[in-house]
Write a protein that binds this ligand. Structure first.
Ligand code: PMP
Length: 457
């Protein structure tokens, strides 16, 4: 139905060009306009309530109505609404937050640099690695290896790290010097007769072959999410991380970057995905769960061996010629601190660990559904990949059409998931309770049943 003239939907169509949206399609159908949030629920302007089973964009750890975050923002706004951290200035929220992140980091870390989004944090990694290589007198060590279907953001360099076609097409990306190795999705990429472990061995061998083919002295870093999120929720196959880290340990000059933008702060049932998978990164990027995205903030957390050559280079040049007006924004930092306090006080990481199996087991029971190809997940993040031919693991054309339909039918019934290609993603707030999980599970099955019926299956 076309929106009424002068309605908020019509005004949105008239003036607002949306991110991650087909603009022509939007001109036809307009937006769903959200008005309120309450716990794990959001409500649109027509009063329809949804369980936000994606935490917005994998973000809202503490739910949508956390008054303590509002109060923290108001208090900081009243005291010092803005200040910067250029040229030796600082303020308490940014100092406290940097210290907190160093204290809770899963491996010994030295310094934190703040940014405003996950993309900016990962974009900065590319700059930092160039700066560091030049500082160390190794100007050839600039290439970065990322993974196909990895997601690291959308600024020029971050989008280049991302290994997804939609983020490259028509943007003339990736930039030079970014390489993509195999996506560790066993169900899709594993060969006939190849065990999960053998597949992990092949992934590690491909990484090593890429390093050798390029020349190890030209590789600055390997970047990866502990669990791939926006690439379709890809859970690493057994022994994958062990084998990848064994390769990296043979090239100690290559920096290992863990993009914890989704996994950080409890998502996998531990404080970091790096704990779940026993990763030893040199750099960690965080955002989203850091402030529950109530305000934009992100951070690059680095160890001493990353930091020292960079610090030397700032001294040689005279400054670190990088920083945003809003780097380490005091209100965002104050909100992030309070958010982390809530995560700890209420043991939301423990809640993710305790409730995760209910979500994962429940979704796995969908495996008998005629439209479900694979169910995968860990903690409170999961993906359900849809197919129309289970044997061949294919869905109807065009790619993504099947999950888009399923997503719509599930959303109509009051649960917001996300369609990524033909995978439905789930990533509910860490405060979720059993009854909400049960609603997500029942509604997802109803939506899939409705779709199967529509398709005459
Ligand atoms: N890294 C990962 C793992 C992400 O999931 C995202 C966002 N989905 C980003 C980076 C980019 O973050 P932002 O959207 O804040 O730029």
């Amino acid at each position: 139905m076309a929106p009424l003239p002068n309605s908020i939907e019509a005004r949105d169509i008239a003036h607002h060009f949306h991110p991650f949206t087909n603009a022509r399609r939007h001109e036809e159908i307009g937006p769903i306009v959200m008005a309120k949030g309450d716990g794990v629920f959001v409500e649109d302007i027509d009063g329809k309530r949804y369980i936000e089973a994606m935490s917005g964009l994998w973000s809202v750890a503490v739910g949508f109505s956390e008054k303590r975050l509002v109060d923290a923002a108001v208090k900081q706004m009243a005291e010092l609404p803005y200040y910067h951290s250029f040229t030796h200035k600082s303020h308490a929220p940014v100092v406290d937050l940097a210290e907190k992140l160093i204290n809770i980091a899963p491996v010994p870390m030295a310094k934190v640099h703040f940014t405003n989004s996950g993309s900016e944090a990962n974009d900065l990694i590319v700059k930092l690695l160039r700066y560091r290589a030049n500082g160390m007198g190794e100007p050839r060590r600039k290439k970065i290896i990322s993974r196909l279907r990895g997601y690291h953001g959308i600024t020029l360099a971050a989008a280049s790290l991302t290994g997804l076609p939609n983020n490259h097409a028509s943007f003339d990306l990736p930039i030079e010097g970014i390489l993509h190795t195999i996506c560790p999705h066993y169900w899709r990429e594993g060969r006939e007769g190849e065990s999960e472990e053998a597949f992990a061995t092949r992934c590690a061998a491909e990484l090593e072959a890429m390093i050798e083919a390029e020349g190890p002295e030209t590789i600055a870093a390997f970047i990866a999410e502990p669990v791939m999120g926006a690439g379709g929720v890809v859970i690493p196959p057994v022994t994958y991380w062990e084998k990848i880290q064994a390769v990296l340990s043979r090239y100690p000059e290559i920096v290992f970057v863990a993009d914890e933008v989704i996994c950080g702060f409890g998502r996998t049932g531990e404080m970091f995905g790096s704990v779940t998978y026993d990763l030893k990164p040199d750099i960690i990027t965080v955002s989203k769960g850091l402030s529950s995205s109530y305000l934009p903030i992100s951070a690059v957390i680095m160890n001493d061996r990353v930091y020292q050559p960079i610090a030397d280079e700032t001294a040689r040049i005279g400054t670190f010629g990088h920083g945003f007006t809003t780097t380490g924004h005091p209100v965002a930092a104050a909100v992030a601190l309070e958010n982390l306090k809530i995560i700890e006080e209420r043991d939301l990481v423990g809640n993710a660990r305790a409730r995760g199996p209910r979500l994962q087991d429940g979704l796995r029971r969908l495996a008998d559904h005629p439209l479900v190809g694979e169910v995968r997940g860990v903690g409170l993040i999961a993906g359900v990949e849809l197919v129309t031919d289970k044997e061949k693991k294919v869905a109807v054309q065009p790619p993504g059409a099947l999950a888009a339909k399923a997503f719509g039918l599930i959303q109509e019934r009051g649960v917001i998931s996300r369609a990524i290609g033909d995978t439905l993603a789930f990533c509910p707030p860490l405060i979720i309770e059993d009854e909400h999980i049960d609603t997500i599970l029942a509604t997802t099955r109803e939506g899939l049943d409705a779709l199967a019926a529509e398709m005459g299956m």
